[in-house]
Design a protein around this ligand. Structure first.
Ligand code: CA
Length: 363
């Protein structure tokens, strides 16, 4: 009797039967065919270099990676809601997500700036490390969860410049009496140094500088500052700043909308944000270097470091201002303590890591 052999047909047949039997017993999680349409509000003008274009990339990446199963339409500041109503728009479900900076929401909870930037805080690399692997994301989930939202890192500018001044700064005394556009906790530091901090949206800075309403301003860095033309009014450009050492940006997501997504689309949202978290900082880094060359070579800008006593005074006051956030409530205290411990270890590590290398490289 010929030996019965498994030929190709019987293997295929068996495979089909096996697959059918498996499917009957364990229904496979077939890819959901349900389509989702999300709105993304932002705190940025349409296609504003770096910030607005980065937000657009997040929206486009999600749409592309999901092959249109989750389409995200971006609304620039003022198109659906004003810039500073993005938080409430996502909380109330008017939009499913937002691209913005967490320190704008300090009036909602004093701990939000820790997830963007605070004076004397972490660098971009350290901040990413704290959020992804140092406990930051868990605290962030807790903080945002209280508002029915979730947040993911989604970009950043890197360390910002200290700003544009019409006169040279020789010592901390020279800050006294200066009227400077500077937002957030950095504003409080300037006030405690004897200056007067003014908060103005980006579009109002140049007229205020021209008319003398302010004597000095910070904005972002060479790339964005060159575009605004501050060099035409103020000759001295100081950096790095003490006030925004990383300026991480976030995507806020409505928790109900996120939970309604199948797991693969949730992963696409998370990973689109993570991709832009690298992409935007890289774009800022490349463009800032090229723009600094233009400012110095073509526009003859005087680029300077702040004198040591300005730096020491600013960091000392910044330490007090940031520590005061812990008094807000129990969660703020826990976040401050966790962040502060992480920062302390990062400072001890610095001289033997990037900071040490960069100092050596400059010798
Ligand atoms: Ca700034």
């Amino acid at each position: 009797m010929p030996r019965k052999t498994l030929n190709r047909r019987s293997i295929l047949k068996g495979a089909t039967v096996g697959a059918a039997a498996t499917a009957a017993t364990f229904p496979s999680p077939a890819i959901s065919q349900e389509n989702f349409r999300w709105k993304m509000v932002t705190t940025w003008p349409k296609n504003f270099p770096g910030l607005g274009t980065g937000a657009q990339r997040v929206a486009d990446s999600i749409t592309e990676m999901s092959d249109g199963r989750l389409t995200v339409k971006l609304y620039a500041a003022g198109e659906l809601v004003p810039a500073f109503e993005a938080f409430d728009a996502v909380r109330e479900g008017k939009a499913e997500m937002s691209h913005d900076a967490a320190y704008y929401w300090v009036a909602k909870h004093k701990a939000f700036p820790f997830f963007c930037t605070v004076p004397g805080g972490l660098t971009t690399q350290e901040h990413n490390a704290w959020v992804y692997y140092g406990g930051g994301q868990e605290f962030w989930d807790q903080l945002c969860g209280d508002f029915g939202m979730r947040a993911f890192l989604a970009g950043g500018s890197g360390v910002q410049m200290g700003g544009w001044f019409q006169k040279e700064i020789h010592s901390a005394d020279d800050i006294k009496g200066i009227k400077m556009r500077i937002p957030g906790f950095g504003a409080e530091v300037i006030n405690r140094m004897g200056g007067t901090a003014v908060n103005l949206p980006g579009g109002e800075i140049m007229p205020a500088l021209q008319s003398g309403v302010i004597d000095a301003t910070e904005w972002v860095g060479p790339w964005n500052d060159l575009a605004f033309g501050f060099y035409k009014i103020a000759k001295y450009y100081y950096g790095p700043g003490f006030h925004e050492p990383n300026s991480a940006l976030e995507c806020l997501v409505n928790l109900d909308a996120y939970n309604a997504l199948p797991k693969d689309l949730q992963a696409i949202v998370r990973h689109a944000c993570k991709a832009e978290n690298v992409g935007m900082v890289s774009e800022f880094t490349a463009a800032n270097s090229a723009s600094q060359t233009v400012l110095v070579d073509q526009h003859k800008v005087q680029i300077r470091h702040f004198p040591d006593d300005v730096v020491k005074t600013a960091f000392s006051i910044a330490g007090d201002v940031v520590a005061e956030t812990a008094e807000f409530d129990g969660l703020a205290k826990k976040i401050y303590e966790n962040w502060s411990h992480f920062r302390g270890e990062a400072i001890a590590r610095g001289p033997y890591a990037e900071q040490g290398y960069m100092n050596n490289r400059a010798l």
